[in-house]
Ligand binder design. Sequence first.
Ligand code: UT7
Length: 323
Amino acid sequence: MTTRAVVRGVGHYLPERVVPNAWFEDKIDTTDEWIRSRSGIENRRFAAEGETTSDLAVNAAKATLASADIDPATLDALIVATSTADFTFPSAATMVQHRIGMTGGFAFDVQAVCAGFVFALAQANALIISGQAKRVMVIGAETFSRIIDFEDRATCVLFGDGAGALILEAEEGGGTVSDRGILSTDLHSDGSHRDILYVDGGVSTQTTGHLRMQGKEVFRHAVEKLADTAHASLGKIGLTGADVDWIVPHQANLRIIKSTAQKMGVGMDRVIVTVQDHGNTSAASIPLALSTGVERGQIKTGQLLVTEAIGGGLAWGSVVLRW
Ligand code: UT7
């Protein structure tokens, strides 16, 4: 028998305020048409004044616990993937731990920017298969509206706020690719690409800073690296794109999503797409897409999913799981 980290619940939370592309037309030199055609984005959500990343994460966590009918006190570990935590410390995860009534176990943040949820899933899987935890909640939560430079038209139109969560639980499987749960992971980073996507501030520089991106360069890396990592995680378990029921990609740009699917030989009818409604929510984008995919009736128990993401660092990776 082989221990697998199997999905027990999924949920999400989006701030109430919907910001359509038209909102930017009065503020910067842009058009709804440019944003739609270059990125696929139509709307995004922005957190209300005073609404923080941990607030979004708590709402997503509560929705997930309620839908799975799980008592928070039975969670062994909680991981929050975020680059926009409320405070320098404590971690967003320990704040969420307290606010949802998780009275034991341990909680920590993972910071791998847009690849954060994939990295956090891999950590949760490692905790479960090594026997260190039985039930783990993984949350991706971000308020990128707080680090956007609203005068930089090349970046400010792309990002949004939100949170999504999964609960994973140890289950014994037969050790084959027919098992439910996480079947394979593939993680990478390369710090030599720091300058193409970063925030020009932080604790040690005594500023908050703003997101800076060389979009074309990041695009080039994304198109190449996302298909490569998805192939790699599938290849580790002897599978290919042909075996995949759903690609659940990081939602940064519809053109990147389409090109990755094409490279994997997967039709767009087998790709979960939410970028039009959420924009790029960084570490929250994959759990938001998973939750939305389930809500829409697209993702069903037993199907094979591959998630893939790339972000600042650069950091990128993928996870194959049977839902
Ligand atoms: O989540 C982390 C990973 N991030 C990503 O994956 C994002 C990757 N990059 C992208 O998604 C795309 O590169 C963008 C959507 C950011 C930009 O698309 P692009 O096709 O690469 O456009 P571009 O940067 O080459 O800009 C084309 C033109 C430029 O004008 P010129 O120099 O050709 O005259 C820009 O100045 O579009 C102009 N432009 C805009 N025009 C209207 C840039 N931003 C805007 C804007 N509205 N908001």
